[in-house]
Design a protein around this ligand. Structure first.
Ligand SMILES: Nc1ncnc2c1ncn2[C@@H]1O[C@H](COP(=O)(O)OP(=O)(O)OP(=O)(O)O)[C@@H](O)[C@H]1O
Ligand SMILES: [Mg+2]
Length: 308
């Protein structure tokens, strides 16, 4: 079998509704995942992340281009692809009139997993997602975060070779988010491949071995978070409050990025003193920190992840 879990080539998707103009959601997306890799699609609202996952998981037909999952074409052989994948959809909800324990077990049985294994895996998944206490309550009575955890538990328990998770940690508290991250790391350690989408820069950085930045249906960056940060030309960031008007003053020190009223200057340790002095003399307040994925994203996309 191929070493590639997924390969997408020049995928385009145009939504043609009866009303309004056609929407080009994907404009030639090519990407690939090796077996056992954790990869994030990072992008703003409407970038095309969900559209890509829906095509890759056989729920939507692309306008053109191809996606192969373990060498199988998702359009030509969806019924052979489906047993190899599992999906946490964006805004998915558990069955209201099942308990999390019943849902996880029933899903595993429906996928052909024998009784004993299904029982063991159900308990394991509920435990890892911290759902022991609510495992026997009807899902309709669960909180939003508990419902989301039940969805992740259901899908992780399948231990499918390839998993798609569309914003798996949306609405989760910081502890539950970390539980999801750990679960996903465990899964790839055992050989599964994970493709997730996220708006959270910290999540993309903490969780993915590689990330793709998607904007307006195109891939603008591929690589590690470290690569993304290095690409913008410095290891330190001086953030100057209300520095936007003073851009000229700071431009010679390195690459500059504006984020609202704050001007970030990307630079190296050798120039910090000079910049801080200059800010002080101009009565501007400035702080120094390491470059983050945020500045890299701003530079690569030209807009911040939460800009309208
Ligand atoms: N069924 C549909 N019909 C028409 N347009 C659609 C449909 N689904 C998505 N779109 C449009 O396609 C583009 C990409 O949407 P998509 O849901 O893939 O983005 P996304 O990156 O998942 O965004 P978000 O972060 O908000 O979930 C958007 O402009 C969206 O409005
Ligand atoms: Mg989406």
């Amino acid at each position: 079998m191929t070493q590639e879990a997924l390969r997408a080539a020049e995928v385009r998707k145009v939504y043609r509704g009866r009303m309004g103009p056609a929407i080009e959601a994907l404009r030639g997306v090519s990407l690939s995942l090796r077996r056992g890799e954790r990869v994030a699609l990072l992008g703003r609202n409407g970038a095309g992340k969900t559209t890509f996952l829906r095509i890759a998981s056989t729920l939507l037909i692309p306008t053109s281009g191809t996606i192969h999952v373990f060498g199988l074409d998702v359009v030509d052989e969806p019924e052979r692809v489906r047993p190899l994948i599992a999906v946490v959809p964006q805004e998915g909800k558990p069955f209201f009139h099942l308990t999390p324990r019943e849902q996880v077990y029933a899903y595993l049985r429906a996928r052909g997993i024998p009784r004993d294994a299904a029982r063991t895996r159900t308990e394991e998944a509920l435990g890892k997602m911290g759902l022991e206490e609510v495992g026997d309550r009807l899902s309709v009575t669960l909180s939003g975060g508990q419902k989301q955890r039940a969805m992740v538990a259901t899908v992780m328990a399948t231990e499918s070779p390839l998993m798609f998770l569309d914003e798996p940690t949306i609405g989760l508290d910081p502890f539950a988010r970390r539980a999801v991250w750990n679960v996903l790391r465990d899964l790839t350690r055992k050989g599964s491949t994970v493709l997730l989408t996220t708006h959270y820069l910290d999540e993309a950085e903490a969780l993915s071995e590689r990330l793709y930045i998607v904007e307006e249906g195109r891939i603008l960056f591929e690589g590690t978070a470290e690569n993304a940060k290095r690409q913008i030309g410095g290891t330190l960031r001086v953030s100057i409050e209300n520095g936007g008007h003073q851009r000229d003053l700071f431009e010679s020190f390195g690459h500059t990025v504006e984020e609202g009223d704050v001007l970030h200057v990307i630079t190296g340790p050798e120039r910090i003193h000079e910049i801080m002095d200059l800010a002080l003399r101009n009565r501007l307040s400035a702080t120094v920190g390491p470059v983050t994925l945020e500045e890299a994203f701003l530079t690569i996309v030209g807009r911040s992840i939460d800009a309208e």
